[in-house]
Design a protein around this ligand. Sequence first.
Ligand SMILES: Cc1cc2nc3c(=O)[nH]c(=O)nc-3n(C[C@H](O)[C@H](O)[C@H](O)COP(=O)(O)OP(=O)(O)OC[C@H]3O[C@@H](n4cnc5c(N)ncnc54)[C@H](O)[C@@H]3O)c2cc1C
Length: 519
Amino acid sequence: MSAAGGVPRYDCIVIGAGHNGLACAALLARAGRGVLVLEAAERIGGAAATREFFPGYRVSAGAHLLHSLSADLRRDLRLDSHGLAAAATHMPTTSLLQGLAPLRIDAQGAGAEAGAYADYEARMRRFAGALAPALERTPPRLGAGRLSDRIELLRLGLRLRRLGRRDLRELLRIGGMNAFDWLNENFGSEPLKGALAFDAVLGTNFGPRSPGTVLTLLYRLAGQRIAGDAGLWQPVGGMGAVCAALAGAASAAGAVVRTATPVERVWIEGDRAVGVVLADGARIGAGTVISSADPKTTLLRLVGARHLDTDFVRRTTHFRARGLAAKLHLALDGVPRFAGLDADGLGGRLLIAPSMRYIEHAYDHAKYGEFSREPVLEITVPSVNDGTLAPPGKHVLSAILQYAPYAAGGGWDLQRPRLLKSAIDSMARFAPGLESQIVAAELLTPPDLERELRITGGHWHHGDLAFDQFFFVRPVPGATQYRSPVAGLFLCGAGSHPGGGVMGIAGRNAAREVLQGRG
Ligand SMILES: Cc1cc2nc3c(=O)[nH]c(=O)nc-3n(C[C@H](O)[C@H](O)[C@H](O)COP(=O)(O)OP(=O)(O)OC[C@H]3O[C@@H](n4cnc5c(N)ncnc54)[C@H](O)[C@@H]3O)c2cc1C
């Protein structure tokens, strides 16, 4: 840090201490840059934080399962030496089925379709393997004529070519398909298709029949490859432990992390970002500003339309970023008793997504500002694997309710208790007596998540993952490759390539772009 004319100055200011901002800060600091991270909230973590929601009960308040945290980043920043440890790895997925035994989603659970399942898995693994490097790298800029972009495009083509003719043809065929048709081609079992389709729509604004859901499924599978095929895992201390380890790596490299310090706007002189202005009016100078806040917040609020051209403002305004997932936390005075579930299953991921039709039906409601009385749920009981989250003998339940509309008819004040009741009733069908075990409940709808996490729309990915908002064009043309129309201002959050999930790639790639002096 230096100071000129009483204004402190850093090489780099990172806005937001979510996992991407922290990853970016750690890498910049390690490369010798003087880095200041400014976080508006009282604590670090953004959508990957652990917090107490009821005295003695802690939960991962946004993301609750790891499946795509970059294995390279974890190793490179030595996150394990900064306290990251697994409470559970390779957590199984079990589908809860009315009137039937719970179904483990794996080759054995596929029963008579075990062969088809193995073929499907192997094929999707090959496709995901071919796509994973594209997710991990900065997308090339089309038509820019830069040699590095051409090489990157060539690499992408070669990787796909290496799939071989048959696989490549199949990938091109299914790439734009919907999960509903694709899974129907592969399987007969409704519960199996329901569970597999769930991963295609989780965190998105889609139902299984929406075009592009094979892409979102492949996105998730490619993320798993980036994570070194560690499967689903849960860190000790909840998701906040990932960010604590990243902050540890950043601090060890010399970065300064300040919480409770909202940035009011990016300080722009001429056409260049030269620092930030805080909510209290204080200015801090920087050679480069990198924002992990969502694209609408960064570009429309912190920069402002007067610094941007009209067409770019229009595109950014239309960036679709309304979340469709809600989060439910329950404090329980004992272990929930899901019928027919063994200890291994209870420590894993439970789905209420018994068929693709059931999921599509729930999605149909959300399209019209309603929610289904038959909600789609991803349930975990993280305290089963990690005693640090609840008092002895007590438990926390963390669930994602896919398909809670941003704007609920009648307003969320009216609808929140109703959604809470249908979620609890739905789970209690499988875990008799659950209601009587509840000590406290918290339901965060998309507007609640927007407020609490400071993400426009409360969107899982900071903006839809759809063909027109993906890869080369994410978030919008003019702000791709982690750059922005304002010189010296970069983006490093989930709104940039490759999108959301606790992956760390956007933060890492943005740091690389800054260090390469592009922009
Ligand atoms: C309900 C929900 C459940 C999810 N579940 C999972 C899951 O199980 N697994 C998974 O992998 N992913 C999950 N995700 C997705 C994942 O949590 C996010 O994609 C990811 O955490 C985004 O990280 P980020 O660092 O890019 O942004 P964020 O975590 O959003 O961080 C941005 C930071 O910027 C700060 N900020 C914003 N404005 C300002 C300002 N003006 N000044 C200073 N700071 C500011 C915010 O407070 C925040 O800390 C979930 C998301 C949601 C919403």
